[in-house]
Design a protein around this ligand. Structure first.
Ligand code: PAZ
Length: 312
């Protein structure tokens, strides 16, 4: 059974930090509305689907948040302001360059136990400085707002609030929906309250998540430039499914990618055409990022989209 999106919101309470996030969204979009900046909402990382209210176990997915965090940096570089809505502990713009042990490998310690001095190794200083400058500029100029979600329900609540905040920007807003959002969930009223007992095999029944692109495109941000992503593992389904989504929701673009090759190749699917953006193996080895090509291509389309609208 598929419930409607209205049902979903009626049956799942808003996250506790929603009011605070809505305030931050309102301030951010008000400022950019006044200065007529272009703003992109980037969603990134995967949603979880809890199996219990007191959650011990949950269904998750593979997304690391690479697509979203890398794209956010390129949008900032192109002068866009960015609302980065991401799964807690997935990759974030700027800090993604220094995750895990890599971060410690950049540092040198000298002095003694009472008087330690920590510095960045000379061979890494330029890289750290470049990233740090961009990071400081984004935050000091208030061009980047980061908001988090973990569960599917938190994602859907925050997405709706972000759309409502972006709506006044009309065609100056891009929605770049790169998060890997679960297609299945357990409705709140069917979820076990406590940790599911392991005394026998549990029967877990998942339901389909209502398709949120429909209200998003038609009701929440009807004038924005909306880009969704389509991920498949069976190549023969990729383009047909991307095109079906485009025809069904009538938004601007679908970016289609295969799980195995997503860092090297994507297919841009619009109403008129579809074409490949890709990196050669050499470019990939050099550290080039496919998101740079995606964002460049998209911004050209967004500018044409804005120009095609009658000025009021
Ligand atoms: O986060 P990541 O870089 O590991 O993966 C990116 C991606 C494959 C999740 C994204 O490009 C995408 O296709 N998102 C939509 C997935 C879907 O719901 O079809």
């Amino acid at each position: 059974m598929v419930s409607t999106w209205e049902d979903f919101y009626a049956k799942h309470p808003p996250p506790q930090d929603l009011t605070q996030n809505e305030q931050a969204l309102k301030e951010f979009t008000r400022k950019h509305l006044e200065t007529e900046n272009k703003v992109v909402l980037v969603t990134s990382g995967g949603t979880t689907v809890p199996l219990e209210h007191n959650t011990v176990r949950f269904v998750d997915n593979f997304s690391a948040g690479t697509r979203g965090s890398v794209s956010a940096e390129y949008f900032l570089e192109q002068g866009y302001s960015v609302i980065f809505m991401y799964r807690i502990k997935s990759l974030e713009p700027f800090s993604r360059h220094f995750i895990g042990q890599k971060f410690l490998d950049l540092l040198k310690i000298s002095g003694n136990n009472e008087n330690s001095v920590i510095t960045v190794l000379p061979e890494y200083t330029e890289k750290v400085a470049t990233v740090l400058r961009k990071y400081r500029e984004a935050f000091d100029k208030k061009k980047l707002l980061q908001l988090t979600f973990t569960t599917l329900s938190e994602y859907l609540w925050l997405l709706r609030s972000a759309c409502q905040a972006l709506a006044p920007l009309e065609d100056k807003a891009i929605l770049y929906l790169a998060a890997a959002v679960s297609d299945f969930y357990i409705p709140s009223n069917e979820m076990s309250v406590h940790k599911i007992s392991s005394s026998g095999p549990p029967t877990i029944s998942l339901q389909l998540v209502p398709k949120i692109l429909a209200p998003l495109v038609n009701l929440w941000v009807p004038k924005a430039f909306v880009v969704s992503f389509k991920l498949e593992t069976d190549e023969s389904l990729l383009i047909p499914k991307a095109r079906t989504a485009l025809n069904k929701y009538n938004h601007n673009l679908v970016i289609a990618n295969m799980l195995q090759t997503r860092k090297q190749q994507v297919i841009i699917v619009s109403k008129e055409t579809n074409y490949v953006l890709s990196l050669t193996n050499e470019q990939l080895d050099n550290g080039d990022e496919i998101e740079q090509l995606i964002v460049k291509d998209l911004i050209e389309k967004h500018i044409k989209f804005i120009r095609s609208k009658p000025t009021s």
